[in-house]
Design a protein around this ligand. Structure first.
Ligand SMILES: Cc1ncc(COP(=O)(O)O)c(C=O)c1O
Length: 496
């Protein structure tokens, strides 16, 4: 975006709105069901209600509940409705936040501060969890100086609870599991982990940012999964996003604690400021009223029946998608069918050779207008399925089959477009190098020129020297891969 100035005089509103509309021309088509994450779309009728509620409270500020008691009451009700959905006990309490990441940051800060208060010897706090927990925990660790002690999972996202428990030490302030984790859609073995954490006096936080408002309905529809909410005695806090399967406006999540006494460790109070006493429940100062009102309206407008209906449609759609993927011999499904996520990777032969380059498949899908979500360990594709995707599952499967066949027929597709970049990034063992490249791209995007990175075409951001380094390390990596396969130490191949 070129630098510009604020217009000297205000422009006509219809012009401004027309420009806002025009700005959407190249956006991913979520209304047409062609995105499989990022947007949780419940249709125009529901959207209108949410947007109107958001609009009604767009100027309100929830920082001062005394000034806007109605808004505070709505927040209380959203928290209470969420607590009841997640089987929280009567003494549970919590707040809303701006999204999953803020809820996670707050949970980590809260448990760290509580540990410091109760166990003053905790100098270098850590949390334990499987490697599949969301990167928001790494962000929290970075911001709040909490080390992450992560245990590996197999390619299906499964880990050993005993191994997790073995990572607990005197500085452990919390354990984390997910319901489900985003990568494979697996609900972690929460009862087993909780048992082990109770024995060690470590609070278990469940990240249900993705699943908080879908798993309860899936359970009612008969989907089998581990019990994961407050019914499990060792689960001490849960984060759950309303702006995902709560189908509300972006900027809404809840963070719940089993016991109200934990909540105070989340708060920040300053008594010394010249401007007076200052108290804030979350990370932000000003708290927008819109997302709170919209979340309240969304829960009221959808009702239990509405959520259940949408979950039923999404479940049927994800099952059709999984069944279609199972019919494609070059692909395999990863994870467990606990949720509405389908994650697929390339099938492998006994030597660990992949039947197809799925990043090249992703490029072709993208060219056909699908918004794709590439994952790296192993190279895999993620599909979060909502009711909005239901009408296009067959069209997606047609395009998927055609794309797999095209890549099989022309392996050179792996060396062009984004496939080259993602393939390289996934293979580069030096993560510092990858990080540097990503930082460079971000600097371009958010720098004065506001450039969008061009991942297509030659190189795609990979410098020639980096490519040479990769070429030099590739044979070594291949040999290691083959050796691990032969020794059978490769954890969980995950073919289903
Ligand atoms: C399991 C899980 N946790 C946390 C988050 C982070 O949520 P947000 O993007 O709202 O910050 C996500 C987002 O997809 C998620 O799937």
């Amino acid at each position: 975006m070129p630098r510009s100035t604020i217009p000297k005089t205000g422009r006509a509103h219809d012009q401004i709105m027309a420009e806002l509309d025009a700005g959407m021309a190249d956006d991913a088509d979520f209304r047409g069901g062609r995105t499989f994450s990022l947007v949780y779309w419940a249709g125009d009728h529901h959207h209108k209600l949410v947007a109107a509620a958001h609009d009604r409270y767009v100027a309100h500020n929830a920082l001062n509940p005394m000034a806007f008691p109605g808004l505070k009451q709505m927040e209380n009700q959203v928290v209470a409705m969420s607590a009841s959905l997640l089987n929280a006990p009567a003494q549970a309490a919590g707040t809303m936040s701006s999204g999953g990441t803020e809820s996670i940051l707050l949970a980590v800060k809260t448990w760290r501060d509580r540990a410091r208060k109760r166990r003053p010897w905790v100098r270098r706090p850590n949390l334990v969890g499987p490697a599949t927990i969301h990167p928001a925990f790494a962000k929290a660790g970075h911001l709040f100086d909490v080390a992450l002690h992560l245990v590996p999972t197999d390619t299906d996202g499964i880990f050993d609870p005993d191994r997790l428990a073995a990572r607990v030490d005197r500085n452990t302030v919390m354990a984390v599991c997910s319901a489900p984790q985003y990568v494979h859609g697996v609900v972690d073995p929460i009862p087993q982990v909780a048992d082990r954490m109770v024995a060690r006096g470590v609070p278990l936080h469940v990240d249900a940012c993705f699943g908080g408002f879908i798993q309860p309905w899936l359970e009612r529809l008969g989907v089998e999964m581990p019990v994961w909410d407050f019914r499990v005695p060792g689960v001490m806090s849960i984060s759950a996003d309303l702006h995902k399967f709560g189908y509300t406006a972006k900027g809404a999540s809840v963070l719940l604690y089993r016991d109200v006494s934990t909540l105070r460790h989340q708060f920040f109070v300053s008594t010394d400021w010249a401007g007076g006493l200052y108290a804030s429940p979350g990370l932000a100062g000003t708290r927008p009223g819109g997302p709170i009102a919209a979340a309240w309206a969304s829960l009221q407008g959808m009702g239990q029946d509405g959520y259940l209906d949408r979950a039923r449609v999404a479940l049927d759609a994800v099952n059709r998608l999984r069944a279609g993927i199972r019919q494609i011999p070059e692909l395999r499904l990863l994870g467990r069918p606990h949720s509405v996520i389908a994650t697929w990777a390339a099938a492998e032969d006994g030597q660990g050779r992949r039947a197809v380059d799925i990043y090249a498949v992703a490029d072709l899908l993208h060219a056909k207008g699908w918004s794709v979500d590439r994952q790296q360990r192993p190279p895999s594709m993620h599909n979060t399925v909502t009711a909005a995707n239901a009408p296009v599952i067959d069209a997606y499967l047609d395009d998927l089959r055609a794309s797999v066949a095209a890549v099989r027929a022309d392996p050179s597709l792996s060396r062009s477009g984004e496939a080259a970049v993602y393939g390289t990034m996934a293979r580069v063992p030096l993560r510092g190098l990858v990080k540097r490249n990503v930082l460079d791209m971000m600097e371009k995007m958010y720098g004065p020129q506001g450039e969008m990175p061009d991942l297509s075409g030659d190189g795609g951001g990979i410098a020639p020297w980096q490519q040479r380094l990769l070429d030099a390390t590739e044979p070594l990596l291949d040999a290691t891969r083959r050796l691990r396969t032969r020794l059978g130490t490769r954890i969980g191949r995950g073919v289903r």
